[in-house]
Unconditional design. Structure first.
Ligand SMILES: CC(C)(COP(=O)(O)OP(=O)(O)OC[C@H]1O[C@@H](n2cnc3c(N)ncnc32)[C@H](O)[C@@H]1OP(=O)(O)O)[C@@H](O)C(=O)NCCC(=O)NCCS
Length: 218
């Protein structure tokens, strides 16, 4: 079950990327591939990377309210805290201003998957039945989200990371590149799981872990 927001809107809905750095390049690529019309991007830095790709900068992040009402916004900042800070003001005006962007090569189960507003799912990711993905979360390229996983708002599942069945991830957690979380484990809010880690025990909120098996990172 999707939220009812349109994943493949056709060329009529203008999409604004909120952020114009490295991660925004990946979002841009997926948005174009899935049929969005790109209106431009918002970033406080005029020299942001998307400008060099020929995408129009429409202003600073706080200029979102000056964009035409037909526009939808997709969070396009990789850092969880920065993404949350930029997007929560838009979300407070209603989730319908936020888009969902799902790369056409991602595989999203049609069996009770919930994607909240502002979710970005990158190329080759897999989201299996009954997964729930909170607002503004990123499921990056090639990540695997198994059945019944819950991912909190503003979290980032890094490229190639894999979450076993019924894993629970709190808000604004980062699961690094290629990390693995064994079924049923819980990752606390704001936790950071290092690239390549294998999480065999629950991770406390705000903790940083790395290695195999994952242990506290100094
Ligand atoms: C684990 C992590 C959070 C540690 O960050 P940090 O504290 O800034 O780490 P540093 O780069 O200062 O490295 C500290 C030590 O940890 C080691 N280290 C860093 N990351 C590691 C990892 N993922 N696994 C094992 N060791 C790691 C470094 O080699 C270094 O070892 P040394 O002290 O023997 O030289 C970070 O390296 C990481 O893996 N982040 C995930 C990033 C990611 O995948 N983002 C998604 C991108 S799209």
């Amino acid at each position: 079950m999707h939220t009812g927001l349109s994943v493949h809107p056709g060329a009529s809905v203008p999409l604004v990327l909120a952020g114009g750095g490295g991660h925004a390049k990946v979002v841009l690529d997926a948005a174009r591939a899935s049929g969005w019309r790109i209106a431009g991007f918002l970033d406080d830095a005029p020299e942001a990377a998307l400008a060099s790709l020929g995408v129009e900068r429409l202003g600073s992040i706080t200029d979102w309210s000056r964009c035409e009402t037909a526009c939808r916004f997709i969070p396009a900042i990789g850092d969880n805290a920065a993404r949350r800070a930029c997007i929560e003001p838009i979300l407070r005006h209603g989730g319908d201003r936020l888009a969902l962007v799902v790369h056409p090569t991602a595989v999203i189960s049609r069996l009770h998957v919930l994607l909240e507003p502002g979710v970005f799912i990158s190329a080759g990711a897999i989201v299996n039945p009954c997964a729930r993905i909170g607002a503004g979360a990123i499921i990056n390229s090639g990540a695997i989200v198994e059945h019944d996983v819950e991912i909190g708002a503003w979290s980032h599942v890094g490229p190639g990371a894999a979450l076993g069945g019924a894993v629970v991830v709190g808000e604004a957690a980062l699961l690094g590149l290629g990390s693995r979380v064994l079924p049923g484990r819980r990752i606390g809010a704001g936790a950071v799981v290092g690239a390549g880690a294998v999480v065999a025990r629950d991770v406390a909120p705000g903790a940083r872990v790395r290695g195999v098996p994952a242990a506290a990172s100094p």
